[in-house]
Design a protein around this ligand. Structure first.
Ligand code: ADP
Ligand code: MG
Length: 322
């Protein structure tokens, strides 16, 4: 017998993620009732994943569940906020129980890791599309895109480019090398840098999460801050598996222009650098200096003292051919 909408919600989404004291009312009524800690501000973000646009058809359901939450957690991370609650709008072609169980477990596993409770949502029939709204809170000022100044040092977390290679593998556009599994995992199960974002509030002048390619997103942060950036090609952190899979040149190109990394790109005033580097050791926190903000707009990549040119800066939904 096909699963009713009510049963589907009861079975897979009534207790998904953690149980939180601050959820006065979760899934089941017309709306959720949530208690924000006194003196803190609510921070909200929303992101949609469309099948065939944000993930290939036939992607593992657990990955779709994981990524739907991860991309939202990444947005809160970039603000330095602490995640608390999520809402899930799920559009499904059919109530496939095996798919739903896997989707819910992918979502729940990451939700538990970040102590997020699923408190509501909506379920409809149609082409596969997943929207998550994340709610969190912050005490004190949030980390904005707009706080950078010329002369600030520019950093990125992790090893961008891996996810783009992982997606190419997933789509069969790249022959599978020995490192295929690591790269596929970086696309299918990205790690939102929530803890890093939270501690960076004490050190960073500006921050953005890298979802559409480092070059483009560093450019957005620069533009919001009223400046540009110089990135040193030689300093780009690329993973060994990526270099072995696509070679050193293509690896750095993917690090600059590939999407789906969900790393953090941030700037730090020169006066805060020493404190950052001693109190948050880069090896332990997994970040690398890649350049410096400058007064002139745009992002330049410098290699052996020469500026480099790139065909495109990152993913752009409404530009033909991207
Ligand atoms: P309504 O018709 O009043 O919008 P629904 O039947 O859509 O109610 O939803 C019933 C309850 O289930 C609500 O609390 C809603 O937030 C929750 N809900 C619906 N779909 C989901 C979902 N995919 N994930 C989590 N909660 C859901
Ligand atoms: Mg509804």
């Amino acid at each position: 017998m096909p699963l009713s909408e009510f049963d589907l919600i009861e079975r897979y989404f009534r207790s998904c993620g953690v149980r939180r004291e601050d959820v006065e009312l979760g899934v089941g009524d017309d709306a959720a009732v949530l208690e924000c800690p006194p003196g803190q501000r609510l921070v909200a973000a929303m992101d949609t994943l469309v099948e065939g646009v944000h993930f290939p058809r036939g992607c593992p359901a657990s990955s779709v569940g994981h990524r739907a939450l991860a991309v939202n957690l990444s947005d809160l991370a970039a603000m330095g906020a602490r995640p608390a609650w999520a809402l899930l709008a799920l559009t499904l072609p059919e109530a496939d129980e095996a798919w739903l169980a896997e989707f819910a477990s992918g979502f729940a596993e990451l939700a538990r890791l970040h102590e997020v409770a699923l408190v509501g949502g909506d379920t409809t029939r149609g082409p596969l599309c997943v929207t998550v709204q994340i709610l969190g809170h912050i005490s004190g000022p949030a980390l904005l895109r707009s706080g950078g100044q010329p002369g600030d040092a520019l950093f990125v977390s992790g090893t961008p480019g891996d996810a783009a290679a992982g997606l190419a593998l997933e789509q069969g556009r790249l022959p599978a090398p020995a490192q295929a599994e690591y790269l596929r995992e970086r696309f299918l199960y990205p790690t939102p840098r929530v803890a890093l974002g939270s501690v960076l509030r004490e050190y960073a002048s500006a921050c953005i999460d890298v979802s559409d390619g480092l070059l483009g997103d560093a450019g957005k942060m620069g533009a919001a801050s009223g400046c540009g950036a110089d990135i040193a090609y030689a300093d780009l952190p690329v993973s060994q598996p990526l270099v072995e899979a696509v070679g050193p040149e293509r690896a750095r190109e993917l690090a600059l222009t590939g999407g789906d990394d969900y790393e953090l790109c941030f700037s730090v005033r020169p006066g805060n650098l020493e404190r950052l580097l001693t109190q948050l050791p880069p090896q332990r926190w997994g970040y690398t200096r890649i350049g410096t903000l400058r007064a002139t707009p745009g992002v330049g990549v410098v290699r052996d003292g020469e500026p480099m040119a790139f065909a495109h800066a990152g993913y752009e939904h409404f530009v033909r051919g991207s």
